[in-house]
Design a protein around this ligand. Structure first.
Ligand code: NDP
Ligand code: OXD
Length: 311
């Protein structure tokens, strides 16, 4: 029983993941990408952002495990082995990390901290009263494992929270909308929009001028979903026109963000380097191990991706 590991991300160290997996499954052989051994012995693949075509050489794969919650890079592979279950990552490190990131940046926009920073740079003392959370509408796009937990955390802080998903959801304290027809109603009073959607055919370029124009003027955007969801020219235009007041982005169409990109120097754009949440090997390997055990005993794995829906 062998598992092949692939990640070019410095944050995903092979030693860390293999040690953690070994604790769970001592009999599992964990092989790094550059030393796969006999390819027919590889039954499992654990990957992050693999280039297209790299999995087709493993003829006996039983499951493909994503190290991240988002599987867009994996599913964009036209040669992804067929009839092999793909499982996305669901782990407390990702959920808690995304709650912390979203709460931090929602509060920052809610309390107009970027504007206060501008005042400080200008040496200006200008006291103003901020509304309370109960007077602020926050909208969360995507109400899955992460978006649902974020919406709940924001509601617990007292915000007026709405959420939008593909199918119906019911979350305490959150006004839930679903489907494309309800998008305008969801957006109409959202002052701070948090995007936590997966990247699929339906969500690609969804954060565009038309969507921004359905929100109140001077609203704020936080995107920690995927860069492919945002039309970056439209974000710059909306900042210029005042439709958007401030923007916080963790994800970009091209990553790392190119050095000459206008976002770097824009005074009303906060950039984080796609580290809103990082999968922790120690906890995340528990789900991978559980799935290997389940597959070995003929059960369906947890958190299997719906290949048709793309997430
Ligand atoms: P889930 O699959 O649990 O949830 C996805 C949510 O998006 C669901 O509520 C789903 O609706 C909704 N959704 C999907 N397609 C549409 C659509 N067309 N219209 C409306 N709603 C839609 O995913 P997670 O919550 O675990 O993760 C979400 C994403 O967050 C990941 O795919 C990844 O891109 C991103 N992420 C980013 C990180 C970072 O560091 N920046 C870290 C971790 C994740 P429904 O409930 O009806 O299925
Ligand atoms: C993820 C991510 O999808 O870190 O998990 O982006």
């Amino acid at each position: 029983m062998a598992l092949i590991f692939y990640s070019k991300d410095d944050l995903d160290r092979f030693e860390l993941w293999s040690q953690a997996l070994k604790q769970e499954l001592p009999d599992l052989e964990i092989r790094p990408w550059d030393a796969p051994g006999d390819l027919d012995e590889i039954e499992y693949a654990l990957l992050w952002k693999p280039p297209s075509g790299i999995l087709k050489k493993f003829a006996r794969l039983k499951a493909i495990f994503s190290m991240g919650a988002g599987v867009d890079a994996l599913l964009s592979d036209p040669e992804l082995p067929k009839d092999v279950p793909v499982c996305r990552m669901v782990d407390e490190s990702l959920t808690q990390g995304m709650i912390e990131y979203s709460v931090l940046h929602v509060l920052r926009h809610h309390r107009e901290q970027p504007f206060l920073d501008e005042l400080k740079r200008a040496g200006t003392w200008d006291a103003f009263a901020s509304p309370l959370a109960s007077e602020r509408r926050v909208g969360v796009m995507g109400l899955g494992v992460i978006g649902g937990a974020v919406a709940e955390a924001l509601a617990n802080l007292g915000f007026r929270v709405s959420g939008w998903s593909r199918g119906p959801r019911n979350i305490s304290g959150v006004q839930c909308y679903h489907g494309p027809n309800s998008l305008p109603h969801f957006l109409e009073d959202v002052e701070i929009l948090v995007c936590l959607l997966p990247l699929t055919e339906e969500t690609e370029s969804i954060l565009n001028s038309e969507l921004f124009s359905q929100m109140p003027k001077k609203s704020c955007l936080i995107n920690a979903g995927r860069g492919g969801q945002q039309v970056e020219e439209d974000i710059l235009d909306a900042l210029e026109s005042g439709q958007l007041a401030y923007v916080t982005l963790d994800v970009f169409q091209e990553e790392p963000l190119p050095p000459d990109h206008a976002f770097w120097k824009h005074p009303r754009v906060t950039i984080t380097p796609h580290n809103a949440a990082v999968t922790a090997a120690q906890s995340a390997t528990k789900m991978v191990a559980e799935n290997i055990r389940r597959l070995a005993s003929g059960k369906t794995p947890l958190n299997e991706v719906n290949l048709k829906a793309g997430y």
